[in-house]
Design a protein around this ligand. Structure first.
Ligand SMILES: [Zn+2]
Length: 254
């Protein structure tokens, strides 16, 4: 995935590839390219456990239609030293995030989108520092040999908080073998608005305090603002992350 995505990022931006395998998927100007595909993830039959291909409507083994369609793939950042953290945050001109997905599982059209994220953005800095100091290093201190890399989930809270800007959007119709470019503008990228559904009730209450004081209900706010206005988004804070080990502990305590 990484290598074709570097080519794709080159085509989209007009910037040559780095041509080195050292950090794999970069462009020659130091741009970091990450990609993720939710369009061709293997699914799983819930009855017999067999792997099901994305285009199969039935389980190839038991013909069950009870299928767990997986769309949880995400962008992965490996940051194993302070140098790597500094390189990403201080010496990378931009991060390009590429996502292949479908609007819904019934739709045969594959959507390809690319966003640019500024590593100097304060949320981006906080997000990766939080991973490195509060997650990675803590696990190392506890003796873990290979802590999990940093995961960034497309179209989730942290993603929108990084103020990603769309630079490319194409739709690939598999049946018609047709590609439609919906948006392509690297110089004037489009800020990706944050849907209000991303927020928890408590967060809506915090950033829409004035509106609530005026008597609006959460439901009315959701109907009025399907996307969060820029000045409200700025009021949102980073969510506390619970690292896996603690999660398991909580679960066991039940
Ligand atoms: Zn099956």
């Amino acid at each position: 995935m990484a290598y074709p995505s570097q080519h794709l990022a080159s085509i989209i931006t007009g910037i040559k590839g780095g041509g080195t395998a050292a950090r794999g998927d970069d462009l020659s100007d130091g741009t970091e390219v990450k990609s993720c595909s939710r369009a061709d993830q293997l699914s799983e039959c819930l009855d017999c456990g067999a792997k099901v291909l994305p285009w199969q409507r039935k389980c190839p083994i038991c013909e069950s239609t009870n299928i767990n369609i997986k769309t949880d793939s995400h962008w992965i950042f490996s940051i194993k030293s302070k140098d790597e953290l500094n390189l990403l945050l201080n010496n990378t001109p931009r991060i390009i995030l590429i996502l292949f997905d479908r609007e819904s599982i019934e739709i045969e059209t594959i959507r390809l989108r690319a966003w640019v994220v500024n590593p100097k953005n304060s949320y981006v800095k906080a997000f990766f520092k939080e991973y490195f100091y509060d997650n990675y290093l803590k696990k190392i201190e506890k003796g873990e040999k290979n802590p999990a890399p940093c995961n960034l989930h497309p179209l989730k809270y942290d993603f929108y908080m990084m103020e990603p800007k769309l630079i490319f959007h194409a739709e690939i119709n598999i049946e018609k073998r047709d590609v439609e470019i919906k948006f392509w503008d690297v110089k004037n990228p489009r800020v990706e608005p944050m849907p209000i559904d991303i927020l928890r009730t408590k967060e809506i209450e915090e950033i829409f305090k004035d509106e609530i004081d005026k008597g609006l209900t959460i439901e009315e706010i959701k109907q009025t603002y399907s996307f969060i206005p820029e000045e409200k988004r700025k009021l949102l804070k980073m969510r506390k992350k619970i690292i896996k080990k603690y999660k398991e502990k909580y679960r066991r305590r039940g």
